[in-house]
Write a protein that binds this ligand. Structure first.
Ligand SMILES: [Zn+2]
Length: 198
C-alpha cells in the first residue's frame, strides 16, 4: 500500500500541513525516498553516498555457496589468505559488484578516541562499522563488504585497490510503513575487518 506524502511533509512555518484525515496526505516522511535523496542525490540533497564493493558468494542450484577448487580434499580448508587466485582465501567462488551506500563508525563507549582507555574487567569494547544500503539490496551473511581505496574526491583509485573487507555481523532491514522495507543497515565488527595488504 502506497502512502501519499508531501515533499515537505510538515509544511512550512507559514503554511503548516493539516492533519492526514483532512488532507489525505501523510505528515510523515517517506524514508525510502529520503534515503534515495540523501545517498544518490535528489530534489532536496546532493549525493552523499560513497562507492563500495559487494562481494557476493556465487551459489549453486541448491542455493549453497560454491566451494572453491583450492579447498583441501582432507581438511576442507581453503588456501590461505590471498594465495588462491580464484577466491583470495574465501574458500568459495564469488562475484564483486559496485554499490553505493553510506557508512559510519559506532563506538561502544564514545567512539574511536576512547580506544586506548582501559576497559573495566568483564567489559568488551566492540567498535562497529555500519553500512546503509537501499531497501532492495540483496545481501546475505555469507557476503562481504569491501572498502575500495578512494581519492579525496570520492572516486576509486585506478587500478582498484581493496582496503578493508567486512563480514556482516547483523543485517537489519529497517521497516516502517505497514512493514515496508525502507533501508538496510549492515553492522560489522571493526576488529574483525580484514586489512588487505597493498
Ligand atoms: Zn580458492
Amino acid at each position: 500500500m502506497t502512502v501519499k506524502r508531501n515533499l515537505y511533509p510538515k509544511g512550512t512555518p507559514g503554511d503548516p500541513l493539516k492533519s492526514n484525515s483532512k488532507t489525505g496526505v501523510s505528515p510523515e516522511i517517506d524514508l525510502r525516498s529520503e534515503f534515495d535523496d540523501l545517498v544518490f542525490g535528489g530534489p532536496t540533497s546532493i549525493a552523499h553516498g560513497r562507492l563500495l564493493v559487494l562481494r557476493r558468494m556465487r551459489r549453486g542450484s541448491d542455493n549453497k555457496p560454491l566451494p572453491c577448487v583450492c579447498r583441501d580434499s582432507i581438511t576442507d580448508e581453503p588456501d590461505t589468505e590471498d594465495s588462491c587466485p580464484y577466491c583470495l582465501g574465501e574458500g568459495y567462488y564469488w562475484d564483486e559488484e559496485e554499490i553505493t551506500g553510506r557508512s559510519m563508525y559506532l563506538g561502544a563507549d564514545g567512539g574511536n578516541a576512547n580506544r586506548l582507555r582501559d576497559v573495566m574487567p568483564g567489559s568488551v569494547r566492540a567498535d562497529m562499522r555500519v553500512f546503509f544500503f537501499r531497501y532492495d539490496t540483496v545481501i546475505s551473511y555469507r557476503d562481504k563488504i569491501v572498502d575500495l581505496k578512494l581519492d579525496p574526491e570520492g572516486d576509486a583509485v585506478v587500478p582498484y585497490i581493496r582496503e578493508s573487507i567486512y563480514k556482516p555481523q547483523t543485517i537489519m532491514r529497517y521497516r516502517s510503513d505497514n512493514g515496508r522495507s525502507e533501508y538496510i543497515a549492515v553492522y560489522c565488527k571493526e576488529d574483525d575487518a580484514i586489512r588487505v595488504d597493498e
